[in-house]
Design a protein around this ligand. Structure first.
Ligand SMILES: Cc1cc2nc3c(=O)[nH]c(=O)nc-3n(C[C@H](O)[C@H](O)[C@H](O)COP(=O)(O)O)c2cc1C
Length: 216
């Protein structure tokens, strides 16, 4: 259920049922994608070693000498981390096919694209994954990679360009597990900010019209 999904920032030590994880990945691949390019990939970390390697790449505070703050300690308690990655090359290849070539988007020139659909579509897939985990009764949190640590994360995940292929790009990461009591983890931005009601962001007909059509 959409309204039940909230980011979970601390987890119990209960393992994640592989069937839940596999269903969430299956649901993620039901996301829409431009030209049905499906330019996403998911690096799934579900062992203490691989999860630990990810956190060490993300931040020095995760190491033996580190002092994780409340947020990091809670997030590091997740038994599973999924890293959704976007594959730009899949779009350039797809838009070079006969039915799409006319659009001229297959050139290696991002400015020709109205927006980078590879990131957009991967984000849509990530949301379906979050929703699926929620519907299975577990918790998840999407979070951004630390700026300056993206290359280290790519290294530890094996995301390196080869002569044949541009490496997928991690758009963020998702922790997954059984939620610990809410008070355990860090409180996210949503605890400090008001959720904007839809009537304040929907504009009927044109920007600025608002929903009732009476606004200036
Ligand atoms: C692109 C993106 C980056 C985010 N980065 C973080 C993050 O670094 N740390 C974190 O705790 N939450 C992060 N979040 C989660 C947001 O804080 C959260 O979605 C927002 O506060 C609304 O709360 P809710 O998802 O529980 O409704 C991120 C969400 C998105 C979409």
């Amino acid at each position: 259920m959409v309204r039940r999904r909230r980011m979970t920032r601390a987890y119990t030590s209960d393992p994640v049922d592989p069937a839940v994880l596999e269903r969430a990945l299956d649901h993620a691949t039901r996301a829409p994608s431009a030209g049905f390019s499906q330019g996403w990939a998911f690096v799934v970390l579900d062992t203490p070693d691989t999860v630990g390697g990810f956190w060490s790449a993300q931040t020095d505070a995760a190491g033996p000498d580190g002092a994780p703050d409340r947020w990091l300690a809670g997030m590091m308690s997740a038994p599973v981390v999924v890293v959704p990655c976007s594959r730009r090359a899949a779009y350039l290849d797809r838009y070079a096919e006969p039915d799409k070539r006319r659009a001229g988007l297959h050139e290696h020139d991002e400015s020709r694209w109205a927006m980078p659909y590879w990131h957009l579509d991967t984000a849509m897939a990530a949301l379906l994954l979050l929703q699926s985990v929620t519907d299975s009764g577990l918790g998840a949190c999407f979070f951004g990679l630390v700026p300056g640590r993206v290359e280290a994360v790519k290294d530890v995940l094996g995301l390196r360009d080869s002569a044949q292929e541009e490496a997928p790009h991690p758009i963020g990461a998702i922790t997954i597990g059984h939620p610990a009591p809410r008070a355990t983890g860090a409180r996210g931005s949503a605890s400090r900010r008001r959720r904007t009601p839809w009537r304040e962001v929907a504009h009927r007909g044109r920007w600025g019209a608002g929903w009732s059509g009476q606004e200036a």
